[in-house]
Design a protein around this ligand. Structure first.
Ligand code: 13P
Length: 294
């Protein structure tokens, strides 16, 4: 069931758990996320970056694919189709393309410009029934070619952007996209506490969910995080499982390979199953298993 993400995240905040946001890259990814959420009776957010949207042929393709799979697979748990780290133009396109939720990432803009553009998009998104995530303080790491250090957001800026009516907020607390450097010092829980107080209980978003130790994830949820973004973790397990399959010679095109393991439906299966397992593990860790009926 396709919904916007506002109510599911408010319920998560009240219930002290977090909803998993999983980035999709293709049909296998989308199917894995949908069927695992359904199996676990968990609300879920399927997200797409601008780069992944382009890769899949455009935002309309992504929205249509998620909606069609949701219907054909008989998915009854709440599913949001969300734009990840959208530009101003990208966010507008997704509103028209059939997404149910957008993120506008104006964190690299001067703050006043971030405020003005976020405000405009809040109105556009809400007019069409979409939820909207905003961002303050660049999150660290590299995603779609954009690199930033693990920043910590200013609580006062967070309050100002939340006052515009955004539904949930990504605020840097030392988190980084991708694999964390060995000398990473961990999440800034003091900053989380200040941001949570300043923003009056709005659901907060933790980007860079890959590689954060489980105990810090649990502590972050207790501190007000209600949505956790995971991308790299699924990519890593998909690549590893596919590599193992190929290394074992199962995709070998020789006549001796009677199983015809080069058939993409077989070649991509171990990676698909690895994503299902990873998504299940994360949903359990985030505490959203069984929370479909909020
Ligand atoms: P990871 O790639 O580190 O899991 O982060 C994903 C993310 O934050 C998407 O916005």
């Amino acid at each position: 069931m396709i919904v916007n993400a506002a109510r599911m995240l408010r319920a998560a905040k009240e219930g002290h758990y977090a909803v998993g946001h999983f980035n999709t890259n293709n049909l296998e990814w989308t199917k894995a996320i949908l069927l695992t959420a359904q199996k676990m009776n968990a609300p879920v957010i399927i997200s797409c970056s601008e780069g992944a949207g382009k890769y899949m042929g455009g935002f309309k393709v992504v929205a249509a694919m998620v909606r069609a799979l949701d219907e054909s697979l008989g998915i009854t748990v709440p599913v949001a189709i969300h734009l990840d780290h959208g530009t101003y133009e990208g966010a507008k396109k997704c509103i028209e393309a059939g997404f149910s939720s957008i993120m506008f990432d104006g964190s690299s803009l001067p703050f006043e410009e971030n405020l003005a553009k976020t405000k405009e998009l809040v109105n556009l998104a809400h007019d069409k029934g979409l939820s909207i995530e905003a961002e303050v303080g660049a999150i660290g790491g590299t995603e779609d070619g954009i690199t930033a250090d693990g920043e910590v957001a200013d609580p006062e800026e967070c309050r100002k952007i939340v006052d515009l009516g955004v539904d949930f907020l990504a605020a840097g607390i030392g988190n980084i996209h991708g694999i964390y450097p060995e000398n990473w010092t961990g999440l800034h829980f003091d900053a989380l506490e200040k941001i949570n107080k300043a923003t009056g209980n709005i659901p907060l978003v933790l980007h860079g969910g890959t590689g954060i130790p489980d105990d810090q994830i649990v502590k972050a949820i207790k501190g007000g995080i209600s949505k956790i973004n995971v991308n790299t973790d699924c990519q890593l397990v998909f690549a590893e499982a596919t590599q193992e399959y190929c290394k074992a010679g199962k995709a070998d095109p020789s006549a001796a390979n009677k199983e015809k393991g080069y058939d993409p439906r077989k070649l991509l299966k171990p990676g698909y199953e690895a994503i299902c397992k990873k998504v299940e593990e994360k949903i359990r860790l985030f505490g959203s298993e069984g929370k479909a009926n909020y």
